[in-house]
Write a protein that binds this ligand. Structure first.
Ligand code: HEM
Length: 732
């Protein structure tokens, strides 16, 4: 009889030590099944002798209802799907930890932010917003950046995005926004895309969305990797210290690999070649030990300065420029472990902006306030009842005791007859905790006013920060925004929607509007007013909700440009090396070594799979054939020289490979005969051994030497040579 081992911990002292350091990991292990030498059983524990055939009346007869094993197996299978998230359905997650650099006790009494010795386990889920669970990772979209801290004082969820502002100012508009961006309800098209009429119809009537739309049309909406994007808590929160002093705070995540994007054409091609691109990238990075790291940043504002900025801290369509309030980097988040089971962890995790710990509180941002209701409400149906906090991934590592009882799938067994408070029959247990003992006390804030459905005057500056964002971008970044608008609005079928949007853009920047309009074949009338704000009540006056400039000066924030983030570490960057029989082994070796030193990786791509000999007679086995990969899946390309490297020039897939790499502004190098491929792809190369003076990311050389490799690595650290793009455009 085989031994049945379930719920047993994996052996090994290092794992045991790791569990001691990571209480969440230890807790999850209790619910993890490791099967070794175990019999297959029913859910009731009955060993099964035959899992191949159902029970029948005779070997050609009907299946019998008596077959309890068959019925249990099929019934479970029939119920394996749960509703996907109404938003952020497509996501990928990882475990890790957070540690603060120095105590922030002056600002907050949150233990995990006050004790530099404390390592807090975290679970982080990245996501897109609009697409379904199976949609592409590379959609033009906002990315979710949700962090669950399993602190000693309870779970704290920082449920943010990779953009610091949002589309709407009041949560009551969230269903409208999401209905508009999701596939249109009559034909369920398009999937995971904002380039359609209903989205732009809504946006064009909601000028408060303009700032966010600029972010969405920028390359921030097509990140190179979850590991290379910023995160933002968006709303203004509060930090409260032990003395009860409160300050406003904006939360940031700063990736240590810098902030990088792909090109839009590249994003669309990646969606075909590898729709799991971001998921795979995160998974592989962690498996290979290249752990994603982000610093937690805080922008802290004293209460007395609440009105010092000329925009409202409660308005989630506004950010605080880093140049006005610097981002203090206070701690580090490291993701170092992939989930064991996608459904149990990534799918069932439930984040909630209302999960806070003492020392962290809320502001009156009306979007934040609405979110405080929405998350638990949606999770009740998504996860099937009120006990989803008991699902292992959601369970706090801090002790939980209360008088909540029953409900679907209750796991905990509460003995005794007392489930109310106060009580005398159970010694009044569980007892409330004093604030000194860790009880959560809401920050005391005076509130007064009439009961009204409105928002403050200070919320009606719709365009100033949109302008600040646009003006803070580098020239190539501005061009990408223009092209994104042309693409998105070009897909809109209703001319009036396009025209309205262009008139909004004219309020942001006339050059932006003119450039977009040109691409759409629209004439902008001189001095055309902004379209009306139709986010107004039936009795309200649209004119009263038109834009008004509250600032007496133009804002600029160079920190908003991703171009400010290069050069950046090359760690975990992927370089494709095209090798043909007789390739220059020494050159490939030299480049590979240099890439490895910087933490990047070289990946051999051959004309076919299987063994292939270099010019030193040694055989290598390329990881990919030219048919199984594409340059959009790499950060840079090198065509190795060698006896037969010139033959690549006759291979159309190879021509596309380097042509795309050039078009997407990636570092590109070729040596010896390999240069012929660049020529066949009409990549301007200049003379061999000369960098094209206009393009120091395209490198050709007789041989790949150490010096050439150094130049290539420097170009890789620059990410992309975006200035290469204009020459590819026809004049309009
Ligand atoms: C600043 C604005 C917002 C941000 C940064 C944000 C962020 C996020 C993130 C990151 C997730 C994914 C959580 C996960 O990975 O499981 C999410 C899910 C969700 N958000 Fe938001 N959101 C915002 C606004 C809103 C608003 C205004 C509402 C509703 C009033 C809302 C409702 C939801 C819902 C229902 C989910 C699905 C939750 C689940 O099923 O687990 N969000 N949000």
């Amino acid at each position: 009889m085989p031994k049945r081992v379930t719920r047993a911990a994996k052996p090994g002292p290092s794992r045991a030590a790791a569990s001691a350091r990571d209480p969440k990991r230890a807790q999850l292990k209790n619910d993890t099944e490791f099967v070794r030498d175990a019999a297959l059983t029913t859910n009731q524990g009955l060993p099964i002798e035959d899992d191949q055939d159902s029970l029948k009346a005779g070997d050609r007869g009907p299946t019998l209802l008596e077959d309890f094993h068959f019925r249990e197996k099929i019934t479970h299978f029939d119920h394996e799907r749960i509703p996907e998230r109404i938003v952020h359905a497509r996501g990928s997650a990882a475990h890790g930890s957070f540690q603060v650099y120095e105590s922030l006790a002056d600002y907050t009494k949150a233990g995990f932010l006050s004790d530099p010795a404390r390592r807090t386990p975290v679970f982080v889920r990245f996501s897109t917003v609009a697409g379904s669970r199976g949609s592409t990772d590379l959609a033009r979209d906002v990315r979710g950046f949700a962090v669950k801290f399993y602190t000693d004082e309870g779970n704290f969820d920082l449920v943010g995005n990779n953009m610091p502002v949002f589309f709407i100012q009041d949560a009551i508009k969230f269903p409208d926004l999401i209905h508009a961006v999701k596939p249109e309800p009559n034909n369920e098209m398009p999937q995971a895309a904002s380039a359609h009429d209903t989205f732009w119809d809504f946006i064009s009537l909601m000028p408060e969305s303009t700032h966010m739309i600029l972010w969405l049309m920028s390359d921030r909406a097509i990140p190179r990797s979850y590991r290379m994007m910023e995160g933002f808590g968006v709303h203004t929160f509060r930090l409260i210290n032990a003395a009860g002093k409160s300050r406003f705070v904006k939360f940031h995540w700063k990736p240590l690999l810098g902030v990088h994007s792909v090109a839009w054409d590249e994003a669309q091609k990646i969606s075909g070649k590898d729709p799991d691109f971001h998921r795979r990238d995160l998974w592989q990075a962690i498996e290979s030990g290249a752990f994603p790291e982000y610093e937690l940043g805080l922008q802290i504002v004293e209460e007395k300065d609440e009105f010092a900025f000329g925009f409202d801290l409660l308005d989630p369509t506004k950010l605080i420029p880093e140049e006005l309030v610097p981002v203090q980097r206070v701690g580090k988040l490291t993701l170092d472990r992939n989930p064991d089971n996608f459904f149990a962890e990534t799918e069932q995790v439930a984040f909630h902006i209302g999960n806070v710990v003492p020392g962290i509180g809320f502001s009156n941002d009306p979007l934040l306030q609405g979110r405080l209701f929405s998350y638990t409400d949606t999770q009740l149906i998504r996860l099937g009842g009120p006990n989803f906090h008991e699902i292992p991934i959601n369970r706090a590592t801090a002790p939980t005791h209360n008088n909540q009882r029953d409900g679907f799938m209750r796991q905990q067994i509460n003995p005794g007859r007392v489930s109310y408070q106060p009580n005398s029959l159970g010694d009044n247990q569980p007892a409330q905790a004093t604030s000194a003992a860790g009880g959560y006390v809401t920050h005391v804030e005076p509130v007064e006013g009439s009961k009204v459905r409105t928002r403050g005057d200070s919320f009606f500056d719709h365009y100033s920060q949109a302008r600040m964002f646009f003006h803070s971008q580098s020239e190539p970044e501005k061009q990408h925004i223009v092209k994104a608008f042309r693409f998105e609005l070009g897909k809109v079928e209703t001319p009036a929607i396009r025209e309205r949007m262009v008139l909004h853009l004219a309020q942001v920047d006339s050059g932006l509007a003119t450039d977009v309009a040109k691409g759409l074949g629209i004439e902008i009338p001189a001095n055309a007013p902004a379209p009306p704000n139709l986010s107004v009540s039936a009795d309200g006056d649209p004119a009263a909700r038109q834009h008004r400039t509250l600032l007496d000066r133009e804002l600029a924030s160079p920190a908003l440009s991703m171009a400010a983030q290069v050069p950046a570490p090359i760690a975990s960057r992927k370089v494709a090396v095209l090798v043909a029989p007789g390739f220059d082994s020494a050159g490939v070796g030299a480049l590979t070594r240099m890439l490895t030193t910087g933490g990047a990786t070289a990946h051999l791509v051959g004309p076919r799979l299987g063994g292939l000999a270099g010019d030193d007679g040694k055989t290598v086995r390329p990881e990919f054939s030219i048919l199984t990969t594409a340059s959009v899946l790499f950060d840079a390309v090198y065509v190795a020289g060698g006896e037969q490297a010139g033959k690549w020039a006759g291979e159309s897939d190879a021509v596309d490979f380097v042509r795309d790499a050039f078009k997407h502004c990636k570092p590109l190098a070729a040596s010896g005969e390999g240069v012929k491929l660049l020529e066949a792809a009409r990549v301007p190369v200049g003379g061999a051994d000369d960098a094209d003076p206009a393009d120091d990311a395209t490198i050709v050389a007789q041989r790949m030497t150490r010096a050439v490799a150094e130049r290539f690595v420097a170009a890789l650290a620059g990410h992309r040579l975006w200035t290469r793009e204009p020459e590819l455009h026809l004049p309009l």
